[in-house]
Ligand binder design. Structure first.
Ligand code: FAD
Length: 445
């Protein structure tokens, strides 16, 4: 794998022996003459070599798709797992070579052309082609947009300085880890999952940590108020100075110190400041090509955009969830994998309706949170287990008694049963659900 990190522009093409092929991707007569290089391709072009892009490519091959598949990524690395970046990779427990989603030999054996360190800069729908950053053009029969998102930098003075780290890529994680070396204190802007996971990793490294959150609770966008409050207690109990209702107005970086100015004029200082202020979906290509977008590329239940040859999957897409009667953009490994498979199925002429029970996990300290479903629309929360003991599940029920979601802290059986209960539309009896003596499997029979 190491070879991947040395050459930023690489074409790992099948059929050229066991080793990656480092020839320029458009090494043809036109390119050498200096005129616009013209690639071959057709088949499926996938923009974005992340979890979703790779999953789509794999599913196409699994279904017997025999035409070319070209997976284009602007990072220098083959597809890798992002979740450890804020967890075990940042804390040094997981080495880099454990992050790759597939070994490099896989791409050749699966006949997937992987073009790394290349950026797609335009989508030409009329010409059924994409334009790359060197002016090269690749034709497609079908296109899958899997370009994910970029870490959002808030519009604050100082927040755009490159020395203020964000966390989305492996390079971001390396930069953050390097900046934490020798530091004694860290301020994190944002108490979402990434902010809190970094807080836990930094505490493990012995740093003193302050988390500044503008809204009234941590995890405000994604967790119930009960769970938010529990996580607030967890972090404060581990020594994190977690402040809510605390909007920052300016980031200060000087040679010897960093700090954040708060709305009330207070300046909080630390050795380092980092941003964990959310994700902006990479919709630029789609927008410029006239595809409908609304904080994500709008797709149907087959991951198809309004252009029937073009699909959008993963963090980038906003999809309808029939089960919850709403459109959502899901930032999760589950959705990146499953929605990509749905797009591949449609391309192979075997469309399936995507109506998942979304799931997500987060590791903070030694605690594992698992969430199944979405809490929106719930009117009742049933608690099972004891928050004081650090082991409990929150079941979110709709007005008609249907289970909509489960937030589980170190409660794998509850979480796993809940996934199936939500999928089956089970209406559990609240009193029995609350009682840990009643086996979870009883709700499924
Ligand atoms: P990405 O993984 O972002 O891949 C998109 C790729 O496309 C990127 O490499 C990008 O650089 C590339 N690209 C963008 N534009 C172009 C272009 N024009 N041309 C070529 N390439 C382009 N999810 C969980 O379920 N559980 C977790 O615990 C969890 N933890 C996380 C921790 C961190 C630090 C991060 C960052 C994410 C975490 N996630 C977690 C979310 C999960 O990793 C994402 O939902 C998933 O990676 C999305 O996959 P994707 O393929 O849609 O996007």
């Amino acid at each position: 794998m190491e070879a991947f990190h040395k050459t930023p522009r690489q074409s790992l093409q099948p059929g050229h022996g066991a080793k990656p092929d480092f020839r320029p991707c458009f090494e043809n007569e036109q390119a050498m003459n200096g005129s616009e290089p013209m690639g071959v391709a057709a088949g499926v072009i996938i923009v974005g070599a992340g979890q979703a892009g790779l999953s789509a490519a794999m599913e196409l091959r699994k279904r017997g798709f025999a035409d070319p598949i070209t997976l284009i990524g602007d990072e220098a690395h083959p597809p890798y797992q992002r979740p450890p970046l804020s967890k075990s990779y940042l804390s040094g427990e997981t080495p880099r070579d454990r992050l790759w989603l597939k070994p490099d030999a896989f791409y050749q054996s699966a006949d997937i052309t992987l073009q790394l360190g290349r950026r797609v800069v335009a989508l030409d729908r009329a010409g059924s082609s994409v334009v790359l950053d060197d002016g090269g053009r690749l034709q497609f029969d079908h296109l899958i947009l899997a370009a994910g998102g970029s870490a959002r930098r808030p519009p604050l003075p100082g927040a755009d300085q490159p020395s203020i780290p964000v966390l989305r890529t492996m390079e971001d994680a390396d930069q953050l880890a390097a900046r934490l070396q020798g530091a004694e204190s860290l301020i994190i802007l944002g108490a979402g999952y990434i902010g809190l996971e970094v807080a836990a990793s930094a505490r493990k490294r012995g740093l003193s940590v302050t988390v500044l959150e503008a809204s009234e609770r941590p995890l405000a966008r994604t967790a119930s108020t009960v769970l938010s409050s529990w996580f607030g207690g967890l972090h404060r109990g581990r020594g994190v100075d977690l402040r809510v209702n605390t909007p920052a107005v300016r980031i200060i970086v000087e040679k010897s110190a960093s700090g954040v100015e708060l709305a009330d004029g207070e300046i909080v200082t630390a050795d380092r400041v980092m941003l964990a202020t959310g994700l902006k979906p990479n919709t630029e290509l789609a927008e410029a090509a006239g595809l409908a977008c609304d904080d994500g590329v709008l797709v149907d239940a087959q991951a198809r955009t309004e252009d029937e040859r073009i699909f959008a999957v993963g963090d980038l897409s906003r999809l309808p969830l029939k089960r919850y009667g709403r459109r959502v953009r899901l930032e999760s490994v589950q959705n990146a994998i499953d929605q990509a498979r749905v797009a591949a199925a449609a391309i192979c002429g075997a469309p399936v309706e995507y109506d998942p029970v979304p799931w997500f996990w987060s590791d903070q300290y030694e605690i594992k949170l698992q969430i199944a479903g979405l809490t929106h629309g719930a009117t009742q929360i049933v608690r099972r287990g004891d928050p004081e003991m650090g082991r409990f599940a929150l079941f979110h029920l709709a007005e008609d008694g249907r289970l909509l979601a489960c937030e589980a802290i170190d409660s794998a059986p509850e979480y796993m049963a809940a996934q199936r209960m939500i999928a089956k539309g089970v209406k559990p009896d609240a009193e029995r659900l609350r009682d840990p003596a009643v086996a979870m499997r009883d709700f499924l029979s």
